[in-house]
Design a protein around this ligand. Structure first.
Ligand SMILES: [Zn+2]
Length: 244
């Protein structure tokens, strides 16, 4: 299959290729993650080379062939550029973590239009607002898990069905999910949830953005999700951008 595709995309990374070109990895709305060759992209005078740059949202036209590892770019248009995101260390750290997640966990040529849209929206918010980047990232991470099928449902005990609100502390097993204190006896425990953490997770998964979260709570959630993803996808070793 070979066809001309026009789609929005966010640029994930760019590496040198030969003396004059670059190879870019982009996450597109219609084709998912793909690699593109940017001919002449190493020159600072290359318009396409400057447009195809990390974090930028672009519209591309490419000659897409599924059997090809690297696609050929025929047109590029810059749609969004995020100067305030790039200048701010904290904002760019979490934006990088988003791109790293896509690069590490999504296979090539598999479209996820909802994830794509949420990244575009997230980068616009990071660039334009003063909202806490760590909170926005945590929300994105929960959404990403849900959309990719790695959702954990911290509502009921997997074995007896009791609602977690009945307990002050409950346990999480990577294979079984949530367990109440009674059912967790003699089982491997991967993680402990407090009632408070449960409420935070619920709140972060909702649209409500009124709450101010403690940094340490967001760190706990991010660390838990990374461990959960690592358990399910052993090649995933955690997000390097967050270790800086
Ligand atoms: Zn139980």
């Amino acid at each position: 299959m070979k066809n001309i595709v026009k789609t929005n995309a966010v640029v994930i990374r760019k590496i040198n290729y030969g003396d004059t070109s670059k190879i870019a990895t982009v996450f597109t709305e219609k084709l998912g993650k793909i690699s593109l060759i940017v001919k002449g992209g190493r020159s600072s005078k290359s318009r396409t080379g400057n447009v195809i740059d990390i974090f930028n949202v672009v519209e591309i036209v490419c000659n897409f062939k599924e059997t090809r590892d690297i696609q050929i770019l025929s047109q590029t248009e810059l749609l969004h550029y995020f100067p305030k995101l790039i200048e701010d260390f904290n904002k760019s750290k979490y934006a990088l973590a988003v791109l790293e997640l896509i690069n590490a966990l999504l296979p090539e040529n598999e479209p996820h239009p909802l994830i794509y849209k949420s990244i575009e929206r997230l980068f616009i918010i990071l660039n334009e607002s003063q909202r806490n980047p760590k909170e926005l990232f945590t929300r994105f991470l929960l959404f990403f898990c849900k959309e990719t099928g790695y959702e954990f449902n911290p509502e009921f005990c997997t074995f007896c069905g009791k609602h977690v609100e009945e307990f002050s502390l409950y346990k999480f097993n990577y294979d079984y999910g949530i367990l109440c204190p009674e059912c967790s006896k003699n089982k491997m425990i991967s993680f402990e949830f407090s009632q408070e953490l449960f409420k935070i997770l619920k709140c972060l998964s909702s649209k409500n953005s009124e709450t101010n979260y403690r940094d340490s709570d967001l760190d706990t959630v991010i660390s838990f999700i990374q461990r959960f993803l690592n358990y399910n996808i052993p090649e995933f070793k955690g997000l390097k951008s967050l270790k800086i």
